[in-house]
Design a protein around this ligand. Sequence first.
Ligand SMILES: C[C@@](CO)(OP(=O)(O)O)[C@H](O)COP(=O)(O)OP(=O)(O)OC[C@H]1O[C@@H](n2ccc(N)nc2=O)[C@H](O)[C@@H]1O
Ligand SMILES: Nc1ncnc2c1ncn2[C@@H]1O[C@H](COP(=O)(O)OP(=O)(O)O)[C@@H](O)[C@H]1O
Length: 299
Amino acid sequence: MAINLTFEQPTDLTWWPSPAKLNLFLHITGRDQRGYHLLQSLFQILDFGDQLAFEVTPSGQIEMCTDLDSVPAQDNLIVRAATLLQQHTQCPLGAKIWLHKVLPMGGGIGGGSSNAATALLVLNHLWKTNLSLQQLAELGLQLGADVPIFVHGKTAFAEGVGEKITPVNLASQIYLVAFPNCHVSTAEVFSAPDLVRDSAKIAWQDYIFSETRNDCQKLVCERYPKVANLLHDLLEYAPSRMTGTGACLFSVFDNMEEAEKVKNKLPNDCQAFITKGVNESPLHAALAKSEASLKLHDN
Ligand SMILES: C[C@@](CO)(OP(=O)(O)O)[C@H](O)COP(=O)(O)OP(=O)(O)OC[C@H]1O[C@@H](n2ccc(N)nc2=O)[C@H](O)[C@@H]1O
Ligand SMILES: Nc1ncnc2c1ncn2[C@@H]1O[C@H](COP(=O)(O)OP(=O)(O)O)[C@@H](O)[C@H]1O
C-alpha cells in the first residue's frame, strides 16, 4: 500500500536528479490504430529538475514523503513506477521515497515522467533487481509516453508515440524556461478537432530550429491567451517556442547573461528558470558514479 508520510527531508540520504526535458520541435505526422498521435520530436534533456531520495525498507511497502498535496500517493507516478518494478521483479523489498519538487506540473517539461524514470532506475540499482535499460524503458512506457526517453537518459530524436528513440549529440545551449501560470491538458490538445495532424516526416539530420515547429502551439495559443502573450513577449528577445502540449515556453540563448536579462523582464507571476541543455541525463552520470564506487567497495 502507498501512503503519504509527513514531509521531512532526510539529511543523510543521496538526492538523485530527475531532470526536465524540452521538445525543441514537435511535429504530428499521423495517428495509430488507437487514435494516439504519431510524433516526430527532438527531446532535449535539461540540467535542471526535481530531486528524489530513497531508503530501502524490508517491509515491502512503498511510502511516499512529499508535500505535493495535489497528487494522491497511489496516483503519484513515482509510487506507480516503484510498484510496477516491484511486481515485475517479485522484489520483496520496499522503499521510503522523498520528492523535492521544483518543476511545474503539467507544463510539458516532463516532470512526472522524469520522476517515474528516476524511481525505476534508482530502485533497480538499490534493490539490485538488475533489469536492463531496455526492460526498464518498456516498463516505463506503461506509465507514460515520455518515460522511456528519461530511462535512456539521452537527448534524442523520438518517433512513434515517443518510444522509437535515436540519441543525438547537440551543441549545448542555454534555455530560459517560463511557465505562463496556466495548465494545459495533454488530452484536451490531442482531442481538438482543429489540431494539425499531417506534418511531413523529416530526417533529424536535417533539423534546423527555425525550420521546425511545435504543431500544438497555434491551438494552445488560441485557447490560452496567457501562453500567447508570454510567447509574444519572449519572441521579442530570442527564438522561442512552446514545449510538449504546453503550457511552458522556452527561449534559446548562447549565454547565461542574455538569458538572465530576459528573465528579469518577465512578469512577476511567471515562474521561470535558466539552465543548459545536456546530451546525457545528470541522473545517469550520478548512477554511473555510484555504481563505480560500489565496485570499488566490493574489490
Ligand atoms: C506529446 C508530449 C510530448 O512530450 O506532451 P507533454 O505531455 O510532454 O506535454 C507527450 O509525449 C505526451 O505523452 P503523455 O504525457 O504520456 O500523455 P498522456 O498524459 O498519457 O496523454 C493523455 C491523452 O492524450 C492523448 N495522446 C497522448 C500522447 C500521444 N502521442 N497521442 C495522444 O493522442 C491520449 O488520448 C491520452 O490518453
Ligand atoms: N510525481 C509526479 N510529478 C508530477 N506530476 C505527477 C506526478 N505523479 C503524477 N503526476 C500527474 O501527472 C500529470 C502530468 O505531469 P507532468 O509530467 O509534470 O506534465 P507534462 O507531461 O505536461 O510534462 C500531472 O498533472 C499530475 O497530475
